[in-house]
Write a protein that binds this ligand. Structure first.
Ligand code: FES
Length: 133
């Protein structure tokens, strides 16, 4: 991770997440921790069709982490996010459940942006950086 002094200034309120090069197209996710309502929760970022998306690592079916191996969320065709517990499938863009026991649910998305080779995420009222506790 580069020193904060080496980083370009993000858009207002953005938190540095990782270098763009760390997110290969439909590759392994970048894992990070956030605070949701003050409690530590794992989150992940993926690159899908060139765009970075990020979600809390929490299945809609049962509040369990979903990756098969650390950072591995996609099915064998690299098409859908697949929960390793009972096989719920989610659209990687938007996080909508499209099959399995997640019903009409949707993953909790985090706002992200990419600029000058760096990826940033944007805290909300409910989801905050860990160091801001
Ligand atoms: S916990 Fe994810 S499908 Fe059941």
């Amino acid at each position: 991770m580069p020193d904060a002094g080496d980083l370009p200034a993000p858009a207002a309120g953005g938190e540095f997440l990782c270098a763009s090069a760390e997110l290969a197209e439909r590759g392994r996710a970048y894992l990070f921790d956030v605070l949701e309502y003050g409690r530590s929760v794992r989150a992940f970022a993926l690159r899908i069709d060139g765009q970075v998306v990020a979600y809390l690592n929490r299945c809609v079916h049962v509040p369990a982490e979903m990756d098969w191996q650390p950072g591995e969320f996609l099915d064998s065709s690299r098409e859908f996010i697949l929960c390793s517990t009972h096989g719920a499938a989610y659209e990687p863009k938007g996080g909508r459940c499209i099959g399995g026991p997640c019903g009409r649910g949707r993953l909790t998305a985090l706002s992200v942006s990419e600029r000058d080779g760096m990826v940033y995420w944007y805290p909300s009222r409910d989801i905050r950086p860990v160091f801001a506790a």
